[in-house]
Design a protein around this ligand. Sequence first.
Ligand code: F6R
Length: 592
Amino acid sequence: MCGIFGYIGKDDPLKTCILGLEQLEYRGYDSTGIAGLVDGQIAVCKEVGKLSKLKEKLTLERLEIAIGHTRWATHGKVTPVNAHPHQDFQDSIALVHNGIIENYDALKDEMQKQGVRFQTETDTEVLTNLISKFYEGDLVAAVQKALSHVKGHFAFALLHKAHPGEIVVAARECPLSIGVDDERTESIISSDPNAFLGKKLNILFLRGDEIAKVERGKVSVFDKNLNPIAKKTERLDAGSGAPSKEGFEHFMLKEIHEQPSTIQKAYLGRFEDGLVQFESLSHDFRSASQVCFIGCGTSAHAGAIGALFLEDLAGIPSHYEIASEARYRLLPQNTLVVAISQSGETADTISAVREMKSRGFKVLGICNVKNSTLTRETDGCIFLKAGTEVSVCSTKAFTSQITVLYLFALYFSGKGNIDELKKIPAQIEKVLEQEPRIQHIAKKYSRYDNFFFMGRRYMFPTCMEAALKLKEISYVNANGYAAGELKHGPIALIDSNFPVIAFCANHQTEEKIVSNLQEVKARGAPILALAPEHLKGISKIADDVIWLPETTDPLSPFASTVAGQLFAYFVAKERGCDIDQPRNLAKSVTVE
Ligand code: F6R
């Protein structure tokens, strides 16, 4: 995945590049690096770890142009030598890359036979040397020749010491945007159009092996045969700059606390005169006879809840598929595909969308980030309006997703009301008020390394989501199971060192989950139950209970989710984990 940034213009390229990388760090933080030109020579500085490490140890002072990179490792360990930018064996090119060169091994073998020596384990170094091999004075032509030999998906930016005023960029499937100001005094390259430092720019997006020569205030774009092409530019809303923790210790905690308001933002103005209206939809998607939700991780869990909403509230057969698997499945004709993604950049989701569209299915996006790839590639998009989610661990985006999905089910059904939904923000406040108690309980459970999370119906995807939160930020083994499934194998793992977190808020299946709890209690599991206030008897079975406000079954995921988020947060805190940027992860996963 990774983030790439580049700058030529009136401002200090080095400082601008650092600011750009700050905004792209969500795409990976295994290592960071910057390269630029100084007096006709390439200068590079790179460090393992977050951007703050690079800033501490920065050896660069002045650059004439700059490219930068923030890495989520794919090929090669997290080491200084594998960090980007990479250089060719002649030290004339520096290159930053997002994506994967699938045939890098074969290309490397071939070049090694021709005498090229490689320093790293990366596919990027292979790409850099390939371009160097084809270079005969024209950088764009060298890139074009190299692209015809490369398999995979990528976006990259490079500079050459003999071309002091240009950065050459190219993209296949991975996002790359270039912005130029009205006065033509600067050009910025970024993996994310929202990382243009709040500047008002005319922005274009590269696709399908397009190559661009980027100069100060000027961009020339070529297709894969080197024919010049006129690209349409867009004027995007300038982002509002870096978000703040607003006094909370972590972005995750701040974002958990934002939920009463972000949920409101997701439904306000969208239910008028008894009908749901999504302001951004020009197409009517309701002629579909079934719906397939796709997404990854947390967004897939939202899709699982969305499928239940569609069936229960609108009577439309629905299911969800994990996006990386969805593209291989057969779907009945007249299926509407709903792609859910907070970032709108998740490669697995985008690839599935492209596949579904190529098969003729209509695809609706549900997304938080404006101008992201998903929003440009779907037949329509509903926005979450949750504001920037900074913490890698997704919280407020999930509850906004299920709010939008609830409305979406009402939109399909053409009837219903949102009276119960409107009570949810206040109910979440009630859960947030229990924070000290949840912290106390989390402290007690933080010594365990294995957990089962279990639930039925609406609580099944809800418990999978809660288990995901715990494992990603606390590094403990937590698995979400349909409670009825435990006895078909997993229960063999249960002992007094294996707590069960039981999500009991689905009324329809309440009696069954109580029986399942008896089964795990009989085998010695410590039990934490998340239960609605009326289920008083649960305290005789569970060791600890987090009490939740009463609501309907479809709306039960909200309060349970927030309690699960707080539980995961405080377990991670107790275990001393890096909560906002957990190891091995990135906010936006742009490789398949
Ligand atoms: C978990 C988490 C991930 C993302 C997943 C999809 O807390 O954040 O599981 O939900 O990578 O990301 P988006 O929604 O951006 O497509």
